[in-house]
Design a binder for this molecule. Structure first.
Ligand code: SF4
Ligand code: SF4
Length: 161
């Protein structure tokens, strides 16, 4: 990609070029990809819900058993550069999607803010508005728009000097 060493890795490397640690650090911990989705069989449209996978920690919005998650949730999706070219349901705020689209990370991303809390403080994550699948009944009763909504201008704005 670019060979400017003054820039952070997500501005100079492609997703394919990133190390495992760099790749993992890109996840902002919003938890939105761990929410159940429904796909309309006729239109192929994705409908989002606020129902979280049972392994999602509703407070941190991170997987509570990330290293061993496939043992309990075999259909958990492991993101990869190749998969990113195929899926259409990642939220517009997702760092993998932003980097793939050639965009910078927003100010609230932990890699820029230095704090895991900033994704929650900026209103990006699911904290405070998601329920566990253990407590939800019908997914159809939990349809919401916000996981797939574009970021607001304020959420997008850069605070980098
Ligand atoms: S949507 Fe993207 S940034 Fe958010 S938790 Fe999932 S992978 Fe991480
Ligand atoms: S197993 Fe973990 S990473 Fe996978 S969907 Fe559930 S909470 Fe998310």
């Amino acid at each position: 990609m670019t060979d400017d060493r003054s820039l952070p890795f997500w501005r100079t490397k492609t997703l394919e070029e990133m190390s495992k640690d760099e790749w993992e650090s890109l996840c902002d911990g919003c938890g939105k990809c761990c929410l159940h989705k429904l796909r309309d069989e006729d239109t192929d449209e994705v409908h989002h819900t606020n129902v979280a996978c049972r392994l999602l920690d509703l407070e941190t919005c991170r997987c509570s058993e990330y290293a061993t998650r496939f043992r309990k949730v075999p259909d958990c999706v492991s993101l990869s550069p190749a998969l990113l070219r195929e899926i259409d349901w990642l939220p517009p705020s997702c760092a993998y999607r932003l980097v793939r689209e050639g965009k910078d990370l927003p100010f609230w991303h932990p890699l820029r803010s230095g704090s895991d809390e900033s994704v929650h403080e900026a209103g990006i994550s699911g904290r405070g508005r998601i329920v566990s699948e253990r407590d939800a009944a019908m997914l159809e009763d939990h349809l919401v728009d916000w996981p797939g909504a574009p970021m607001t201008a304020r959420q997008r704005q850069s605070r980098r000097k």
